[in-house]
Write a protein that binds this ligand. Structure first.
Ligand code: GCU
Length: 334
């Protein structure tokens, strides 16, 4: 009898192990791999935050979702990355909110110079329901926003002209992101705006196609702009967030647990990014100084005065008025 019980127990155990293996194999078989594209290199902080996002998604879905990253603009410009996300050729993309201005007018708000008064104001707005509502404004054209990543403050830098005042931009060809608001900004400040995708900026600086551009400090090192541009001036004219967007049909195919995991992973990766970002900016400044870049801090008031007409326009325009007022109101409530 005892022998019989022992034999039955072994059989039960074996059955358990076998069914466990079958279940695991089934889960692995049905595991989804999603493609995530962005245009920065693998040393850039946003790449590290996206690696963390991918790790968190895999962990939180017990491996049922894996994310494969395509960095370095492998799928093309940011505009192309958005279009591919729209059609579902890729599932997720990290692009500048500036690029999204061409898909939903509301995003133009984030390119509005001096919209945010401080980093606190920026984080307050980006972590609020205002941003979440904006993420949904593209839901009828195939994709929605999941979260944002800090992309610092944007400042002018040129080959050798220190920008101390908007007058210094006169006659200079300044590359801007392909966004109507950024083009208008440089026009109002007196420069000649030259819109082009990020991937073309280094060569254009090198060949003198442009005299300068504007971006955060990591562009000087991670994209090597500091090899050519030697004058970086803290006009701090914009804080343009990066946005993580996802194809809607892909989202709809997921289980409630998987959707929840992606939402949580997105939020947690944004917090992770805040930490790596600050360090990355410090490192970029040091790295750029080693390449001979000079950093200067002009008086911001003349730059702000120059773009006041854009503020008046945004406060009136039907696409932006509501959100413009809500974001500005946060300052008064501080
Ligand atoms: C930032 C941003 C990129 C964007 C780039 C640009 O670096 O993070 O997503 O492409 O600006 O100026 O185009």
């Amino acid at each position: 009898m005892k022998k019989f019980i022992t034999f039955s127990m072994i059989l039960l155990l074996l059955a358990g192990v076998i069914s466990g293996c079958v279940a695991q194999a089934a889960e692995e078989e049905s595991a989804i791999t999603m493609r995530l594209a962005h245009n920065q290199g693998e040393t850039h902080p946003v790449h590290k935050s996206l690696v963390e996002f991918a790790r968190l998604v895999e962990e939180k879905t017990d491996g049922s979702i894996k994310i494969k990253l395509y960095p370095n603009g492998q799928v093309g410009s940011e505009r192309e990355a958005v279009e591919l996300t729209q059609t579902g050729a890729i599932d997720i993309a990290k692009v500048s909110s500036s690029t999204l201005e061409n898909f939903s007018k509301v995003y133009s708000l984030f390119s509005l110079p001096y919209l945010f008064d401080s980093q606190e104001h920026y984080y307050q707005a980006m972590n609020s329901d205002i941003a979440k509502e904006i993420y949904q404004t593209t839901s009828d054209i195939g994709f929605s926003g999941l979260t944002f990543y800090d992309s610092g403050t944007r400042n002018f830098y040129t080959d050798n002209v220190e920008i101390t005042h908007p007058d210094d931009l006169r006659g200079l060809k300044i590359r801007v992101q392909p966004s109507p608001t950024s083009i208008k900004m440089v026009e109002l400040m007196g420069g000649s705006p030259t819109p082009m995708p990020y991937g073309e900026v280094y060569t254009s600086l090198q060949q003198g196609v442009i005299d300068g551009t504007e971006n955060n400090e990591t562009a000087l090192t991670d994209s090597n702009h500091g090899e050519v541009a030697k004058e970086y001036s803290y006009s701090e004219h914009a804080m343009v967030p990066d946005i993580l967007i996802m194809n809607n049909s892909k989202w709809d195919q997921l289980s409630a647990k998987q959707k929840n995991a992606i939402t949580e992973a997105a939020e947690e990766s944004t917090a992770f990014h805040k930490e790596v970002w600050e360090q990355a900016v410090e490192d970029a400044i040091e790295g750029a100084k080693d390449k001979g870049v000079n950093f200067s801090t002009p008086d911001k008031q003349p730059f702000m005065d120059a773009v006041q007409p854009l503020h008046d326009e945004f406060a009136e325009k039907k696409e932006t008025a509501k959100y413009y007022k809500e974001i500005r109101k946060l300052v008064e409530e501080e």
